[in-house]
Design a protein around this ligand. Structure first.
Ligand code: 5GP
Ligand code: ZN
Length: 144
């Protein structure tokens, strides 16, 4: 339930990340600005795995209402921070919207995953899943 709405802040009473934004739950916050904060994931997939979240509550990309643009400066600067301070060789950005896509915390967040050459983590090009229809059909459905 949405309980308050300010210029940059819409807070949800039962949301984990709203509680972190409000300072009611501890987190290892590494960067922040007026619109967003960046903190270390509690269960990192790689060293420095960081979440960038808008300060206002929106649930996901499909409910973002401009929040993606608001978090983008911090997303960029946090990516550079991870490379500069941790010596990462690259970064993956990952975002899950809705449960079928793997979302477990329903406050929009972007995963920043620092990567190192030969770190053994899966690359998206090596993932093989079943594609449900041929590309021409998909193209026609999107543009027809
Ligand atoms: P999702 O599955 O929604 O894309 O990602 C949620 C992420 O939030 C997970 O990677 C999980 O480890 C992280 N997470 C869940 N609870 C907490 C918490 O209390 N603190 C922090 N820092 N991260 C959390
Ligand atoms: Zn929230």
């Amino acid at each position: 339930m949405i309980v308050a709405s300010l210029r940059w802040r819409t807070v949800s009473d039962a949301c984990l990340f709203c509680s972190i934004v409000a300072g009611d739950l501890p987190a290892s916050v590494v960067a922040g600005d007026d619109a967003a904060i960046a903190f270390l994931d509690i269960n990192p997939l790689t060293t420095g795995h960081t979440l960038v979240v808008p300060r206002r509550h929106v649930t996901d990309l499909l409910d973002a209402d401009g929040a993606v643009a608001e978090v983008s400066p911090l997303l960029e600067s946090t990516g550079r921070l991870l490379v500069d301070r941790l010596g990462a060789d690259g970064i993956n950005v990952f975002q899950a919207s809705r449960a079928p896509a793997g979302q477990t915390v329903f406050h929009l967040h972007f995963h920043l995953l620092p990567r190192w050459s030969g770190d053994g983590m899966l690359n998206v090009h090596s993932i093989r899943t079943q594609v449900r229809e041929d590309r021409d059909t998909t193209f026609a459905r999107l543009t027809g």
